[in-house]
Design a protein around this ligand. Structure first.
Ligand SMILES: C[S@@+](CC[C@H](N)C(=O)[O-])C[C@H]1O[C@@H](n2cnc3c(N)ncnc32)[C@H](O)[C@@H]1O
Length: 229
């Protein structure tokens, strides 16, 4: 007899959760990602302040759900490779009726490299990425110079990468890799999103857990330089 579906497998992600299995072949070229969002959003999504944000490793979707409600003119796509978290986040966005939030189950580095068009994004959010602390695993870290170059390609001029971590060694690594691409990005101090609660940097699930553990956080913003300057 087949096993009953797990709790997250029975969640409803219809219309909110997209899967890597539904993506075209890797050599397909960039996708028009705005078509993933509700049709009736189109007018608003093209108005003043409109934008398209990507979150890499969105976990249970706390940042997306909190921030998307405050910026209805911005579309937010969260990419998450844990199927369980992806389902939880997509179901949450659906229950909140957030027409401007979608979740993709995929490896974000593969997704960005193959499917995101040049200058498509306003902001990329990477909050508390997996630190891969062992030296032999460091190369698995999402934030590294080659991927920062890829993010430079998909960001609009003046677009931002927003980074936060609780891991001192990873933050040091982030700074070193950001320095390797300093011709592409200007580093700026972090600015908390409007949705962050009192005493919070961003207000993600992991941040709340780490606050309780007394961990310290570090964060920064990398702004895509204007090539004309
Ligand atoms: C430490 S958790 C942080 C989750 C969330 N940002 C938060 O702060 O609550 C890191 C998350 O990133 C996801 N992740 C790591 N690398 C990824 C990748 N290349 N593509 C998509 N998701 C990734 C993991 O599955 C995990 O859910």
């Amino acid at each position: 007899m087949a096993n009953p579906p797990s709790k997250t497998e029975s969640l409803d992600v219809t219309g909110y959760g997209f899967s890597q299995d539904d993506l075209p072949e890797l050599d397909h070229g960039p996708l028009d990602l705005r078509t993933w969002f509700k049709f009736e959003r189109t007018a608003q999504a093209e108005g003043p302040g409109a934008g398209f944000d990507l979150e890499i490793g969105s976990g249970k979707g706390t940042f997306l759900v909190q921030q998307a409600g405050l910026e209805p003119e911005v579309d937010f796509l969260g990419v998450e490779w844990s199927k369980k978290f992806w389902r939880l986040a997509a179901d949450r966005a659906r229950r909140h009726g957030l027409g401007n939030v979608r979740l993709l189950w995929a490896d974000a580095t593969v997704f960005v490299r193959n499917y995101v068009a040049d200058e498509a994004l306003r902001r990329v959010h990477i909050y508390f990425p997996d630190p891969w602390p062992k030296a032999r695993h460091n190369k698995r870290r999402s934030v590294q110079a080659p991927f920062l170059r890829e993010l430079h390609r998909v960001l609009q001029p003046g677009g931002e990468i927003r980074l936060a971590t609780d891991h001192a060694d990873y933050f040091q690594w982030m700074q070193e890799h950001a320095a390797q691409v300093e011709d592409l990005f200007e580093r700026r101090p972090f600015e908390r999103p409007a949705s962050a609660g009192e005493g919070e940097l961003v207000g993600t699930n992991f941040e709340r857990k780490y606050i309780r553990e007394g961990r310290e956080f570090q964060a920064m913003i990398l702004v895509k330089r204007d090539p004309g300057r």
